[in-house]
Design a protein around this ligand. Sequence first.
Ligand code: GLU
Length: 476
Amino acid sequence: MDHQAVRTRFAPSPSGQLHVGNLRTALFNWLLARHHRGAFVLRIEDSDAARSDAERIERLQGDLEWLGLGWDVGPGVDSPVAWQQSRRTDLHAEAAGRLRHMDAAYYCFCSTERLAALRERQKKAGHPPRYDGCCAGLDPVRSAERVAAGESAVLRLRMPAEGSLRFIDAVRGEQSFQAADLDDPIIQRADGSAAFLFANALDDALMGITHVLRGEDHLSNTPRQIVLLERLGQSVPVYGHLSLVVDDQGAPLSKRRGAPGVGTLRDEGVEPAAIANYLARLGNPAPADGLEPLDTLAADFDVTRLSRRPVRFDRRQLDYWQSLAMAAAPVARLRPALRVDCVPGDRVAAFIRLVQPNLRRADELNDWALRLFSRQSVLNGALEARLRPSGAAFFETLAGLLESAATADWKPLRAELEAATGRRGGALMKPLRQALTGLDHGPALGDIIHLMPADIRRLRLQQAAAIAAPGADTDA
Ligand code: GLU
């Protein structure tokens, strides 16, 4: 492989929000291009005008940029190459004309009624629906005259009648199709517009795409697209078909079935690094298991390792990568999410560093800030019931000790707390943590104690003591 020349693309139809399945396709193409220091193209397949609009294209761009997938050709990049399929119609029409003149394509006048009846007959006989070649033998000159006279016709690609069509799929290995199973596909509709299969392959060739990674659902298009490009004398890209991403029920992800959209995950506060790291490993046994930047993921990327079996999207796995991304995020990135103002300015950075491994999303900083710095109580009914058995004296002792002790050095402080309360381990730490933070889990207790202002610690422990005092529950 000439590494400099690798050129991949992502070719979405702007029909709505990207979901994690399409985003993985984009990511894999990007990783492949970057692995070889090649180029990545973003082509918008918007020929189906009804489904396209500028806003959707912008959203799509925004989603890819957010993930960190920049492109060398595409929206916003100054390049003479038209990246919008709807602006490439002249190229499609020219190639369709050429195929027809070579007799590699022919006009088909079959009515929709005839085709529907044909399909019905085939279905009844238990055969797969396929075009029967009714118009394949028409005289091309006569057909052109009929079209010139205003008769409606589509253009079909003439596929080989026999033998087999083979290609090496970059992911799935050798693929072989029987010519007899592949009917002549429509390449140009009656209104002169290019059909998906045709525009898609032609644009790949004309844009110099060398590698196409796309969903397995396109596998059966590939032999037809290869024939098409060969007839046009264009070079054929390496095709690699990615196994589908499926949901918990094993159904392919789709927006209709509620697959999470990229915009939704973004709104939920999921970090781009978390999605990139999760998706990069979905069906890809990547060697490194820590959170990696895109460039490292690209350096490790190898299409031959990709899974050929469907892969399940697992939200818990994404949450795991999200927690790693939160723990690794620079303070400055998380800082804007802190909107409550109870954290003293000189403790903000230390606070963020302490709690960030416990965040699932950046705005949870606010909850932690209230727990550690605000005078607002962290207790609730359920927690109060769990604190009571410790007794008021226990919390009063802790309050007294924390008041006088140096909190910077946790080990000796802990020893002091143990000696004074006669408790160790969970019997000591659990109620202490609950009283201070209102939670069972969180950052190391010594660090929390050190970070919390003395008056807040005192307040929390006094509140706990009041709750645990005899008769406190009956008063309440
Ligand atoms: N626009 C097509 C799709 O979104 C592109 C298929 C391909 O990658 O070749 O499914």
